[in-house]
Design a protein around this ligand. Structure first.
Ligand code: HSE
Length: 447
């Protein structure tokens, strides 16, 4: 059997400890399949004394991850520190520059610096693998980079953040408040250190930016992603969606259009019958549409130490076997610039929830504003309003005008037209508060 592949692991949090545990418990099988043993020989973390439930006494300790990355005693640097700059970036660059392969779970780092790091890896003839950075335990990087290598991908869409899916699922099934669900997700270890990254959609955007590059052979452009999180979603939206046959999911979507590639992250109404609608709790799912294979959907755990360690070890095994691939599927210098399709040209159906003033002509004004933008309505639902106050009306204190919830579902239209219609409706002074607008995905892979 060949010499052992020597690993240096930087970052010994939940994932780092799981990687060490996995390599110990399944080491014989991994050695057989890779035709060589794989061993963690050195580690680096902030606190040497902390009990992580794994034995690191035989491993060389480094206080400085960059020193570990440059060490001649390792073949692969496993970066599990996190963050898009600082020690994570410095140590990954150090490892690649010293001719070490790198395995990372760091989506933020790659979303910011993925192309330049891929170039550095290629210049040094080493791998930079990142399966664990997207959707935790789901092998979507392998799927796009290897299994679908012969296909032309037209669309990738997924539930890429377990925290958001957990919150939306519990709000729907148990009627629990957004805040309580978020607190539970944090307690269970799904949420990012700063949970605003989850609920505002940034975490999904980081993963989507990488998927876009892998799927379409373009450079990574995280700043061009249209981004809306889930903080505006209320139980009223979830209930209305349910009545109309939809569920609300935070999706990351990248798709080819006539004008470029759309990249968007936003709450999305998907038909209850779709595969994506049935993904509950902390699970992730990724749907890929490609010309020869058609549609495939991968489902699995998107977070958690063991699931993420599974992907980290898969990347290590590729290196152990000598399967070296371009980080982003195509050689870094062959990636084409990302051509953005403007969000205003996005086409789709829309769910609109309005609080409409209860007076003659209000509905007519709304219908006119929609018609003037050429928008056709699939359904209009006027929901039950709260009963009027029992207090008698007098000339000095007329009953206040009451707003009643009205839900509109549009046929396909453009983002520009729906925005113009909503602005016109606001100018008619027939609604109270701001309208809620949620995009609907009816395309085949979610229908
Ligand atoms: N905070 C992330 C999630 C963890 O909730 O999915 C994995 O990136």
């Amino acid at each position: 059997m060949a010499d052992a592949l020597r690993l240096g692991v930087a970052g010994l949090g939940t994932v780092g400890a799981s990687v060490i545990r996995l390599l110990e418990s399944n080491g014989a099988q991994i050695a057989l399949r890779c035709r060589r043993p794989v061993q963690v020989t050195a580690v680096s973390a902030r606190d040497r004394a902390r009990d992580r439930g794994v034995d690191i006494s035989a491993m060389t300790w480094h206080d400085d991850p960059c020193a570990l990355a440059a060490s001649d005693a390792i073949d692969v640097f496993v970066e599990l520190i996190g963050g898009d700059n600082g020690p994570a970036e410095a140590s990954v660059r150090a490892a690649l520059s010293h001719g070490k392969h790198v395995v990372t779970a760091n989506k933020a780092l790659l979303a910011r610096h993925g192309v330049s790091l891929a170039q550095l890896a290629e210049e040094n003839g080493v791998s930079l693998n990142f399966e664990a950075a997207i959707a935790g335990g789901i092998p979507i990087v392998k799927t796009l980079r290897e299994a679908l290598v012969g296909n032309r991908v037209t669309r990738v869409a997924g539930i890429l953040n377990g925290t958001c899916n957990y919150i939306l699922t519990r709000m729907e099934t148990e009627g629990i408040s957004f805040e309580a669900c978020l607190a539970d997700a944090q307690r269970l270890g799904y949420a990012e250190a700063d949970p605003s990254f989850d609920i505002e959609g940034n975490d999904t955007a980081h993963k989507l930016a990488l998927l876009t590059s892998l799927a379409f052979g373009c450079e990574i452009d995280v700043d061009s992603i249209y981004l809306e999180g889930i903080t505006s979603i209320t139980t009223a939206d979830i209930e209305a969606a349910d009545e109309l046959g939809y569920r609300i999911k935070l999706l990351g979507i990248a798709q080819r259009t006539d004008t470029g590639i759309e990249q968007r992250v936003h709450p999305t109404m998907v038909p209850k019958s779709s595969a994506i609608a049935r993904i509950d709790g902390v699970l992730n799912a990724v749907a890929v549409d490609a010309d020869y294979v058609g549609e495939i959907v991968l489902v699995g755990p998107g977070a958690g130490g063991n699931a993420t360690a599974s992907s980290v070890v898969a990347d290590i095994a590729d290196i152990a076997r000598g399967d070296l691939m371009s980080t982003l599927g195509s050689p870094a210098e062959k990636l084409v610039p990302y051509k953005r399709a403007r969000m205003r040209r996005h086409e789709g159906g829309y769910f609109i929830r309005l609080a409409v003033e209860d007076r003659p002509g209000a509905f007519a004004a709304i219908a006119r504003c929609m018609a003037e933008q050429g928008i056709s309505l699939e359904s209009i639902v006027q929901r039950r309003r709260a009963p009027r106050s029992a207090a008698p009306e007098t000339p000095d204190s007329p009953a206040p005008s009451q707003a009643q919830p009205v839900i509109l579902i549009t046929y396909e239209t453009t983002e520009a037209d729906i925005k113009a219609a909503l602005e016109a409706i606001a100018n008619e002074h027939v609604i109270a508060g701001a309208p809620q607008m949620i995009r609907i995905e009816r395309t085949p892979d979610v229908a």
